[in-house]
Write a protein that binds this ligand. Structure first.
Ligand SMILES: Nc1ncnc2c1ncn2[C@@H]1O[C@H](COP(=O)(O)OP(=O)(O)OP(=O)(O)O)[C@@H](O)[C@H]1O
Ligand SMILES: [Mg+2]
Length: 317
């Protein structure tokens, strides 16, 4: 459905998007996560044709957005990160106005706009002035507005920012509903756990580069793999355990608090087994040996932080 190939975007000499590659299949709910300034809005604005790229390709259903935008605009819906409001429009009139820009008028527009207000749970505000809607309601109005032409793919730039927990929950339900209707959705946020709750796949962007992408299961597995081993040994064996661990190539860092050792490793299950075997072969009494539960937040911080500290190498303490 969406393919981004070797996308670059320069603002003057500043490189905001740096060789970004991404494939999103039809029907996916893709979460695009990155810190402030990572390049999410820039990438989305290029995908919807509002911004030119410096180089690279964005394909929607195999067609290049950058050269065929007019042709593709009907397939694309976009909810920007900041939205303007229009004075003296009721919610219903507001949607009818946008429907008319797509040539949908009269009874057809009325049915469509009522359905859309229902979809975003704003039917009770049909006659209310859009300026008087709460922030969360305005955000839902924008979503309804982006749906008037029944697009196949929707780009939502931080739609949950500034919403209270109840409004976030409602937004998630609406997006899951749209996803079950077969829409492909690309949604950005700077909070990985929030996206992980609803998305089918995730991409983490940092400084304009895609650092990690995968299905939600793969992201959870990566979070576990990024967590340290927690090993409790006999008090007498701590020094010997340090010596043994230091010799193992996948061990990046070891620290201890009392008899609890925290061991940062680069490998997976097989490496964990080999580490335990080495400790036991060296007559170290191991009382417990587990991998800390992987948190998505720490995975995200690890990826973003790793780049900030590119010159700092983990060493065995
Ligand atoms: N019009 C512009 N001119 C110059 N630099 C820009 C422009 N727009 C964005 N940038 C820069 O490009 C980088 C990426 O910005 P972008 O808005 O895409 O990030 P973002 O991931 O959407 O961040 P946020 O989470 O804050 O919305 C930032 O360093 C930003 O300062
Ligand atoms: Mg942004």
């Amino acid at each position: 459905m969406l393919k981004i190939n070797h996308l670059y975007k320069n603002y003057g000499r500043f490189l905001a998007v740096n060789d970004l590659n991404l494939h999103v299949e039809k029907g996916e709910l893709f979460g695009f996560v990155g810190a402030n300034g990572a390049g999410k809005t820039t990438t989305m604005r290029i995908c919807v044709g509002l911004l030119g790229a410096t180089s690279g390709q964005v394909l929607i259903d195999g067609e290049d957005v950058l050269s065929n935008h007019d042709l593709l605009s009907r397939k694309i819906g976009y909810v920007p990160d900041f939205f303007g409001v229009y004075s003296s429009f009721s919610a219903m009139e507001y949607l009818e106005f946008f429907a008319s820009t797509y040539g949908i008028r009269g009874a057809e527009a009325e049915v469509l706009c009522k359905d859309l207000l229902d979809l975003v749970k704003l039917s009770h505000k049909a006659d209310a002035d859009v300026n008087g809607l709460s922030r969360g309601m305005k955000q839902r109005m924008c979503l309804a507005r982006a749906l008037v032409h029944n697009p196949d793919i929707l780009f939502l730039d931080e739609p949950a920012s500034g919403l209270d927990p109840k409004a976030r929950f409602e937004l998630k339900e609406i997006l899951k509903n749209l996803s079950s209707m077969g829409k492909t959705i690309v949604i950005s946020s700077h909070i990985l756990p929030e996206l992980a709750e609803m998305c089918t796949s995730i991409g983490i962007i940092d400084k304009g580069q895609m650092m990690l992408k995968g299905t939600i299961d793969e992201i959870h597995r990566a979070a576990s793999a990024a967590s340290p081993l927690l090993v409790t040994v006999d008090d007498e064996s701590i020094d010997a355990a340090f010596e043994v661990l230091k010799q193992i190539p996948v061990v990046q860092q070891v620290s201890s608090q009392g008899s609890l050792m925290k061991v940062v490793i680069t490998g997976g299950k097989e490496d964990e087994k080999a580490i335990l075997a080495s400790l036991l072969q060296n007559d170290i009494s191991v009382y417990s040996f587990t991998r800390q539960d992987g948190s998505l937040e720490s995975l995200f911080m690890d990826i973003v932080g790793r780049r900030k500290n590119e010159n700092v190498r983990g060493g065995v303490q």
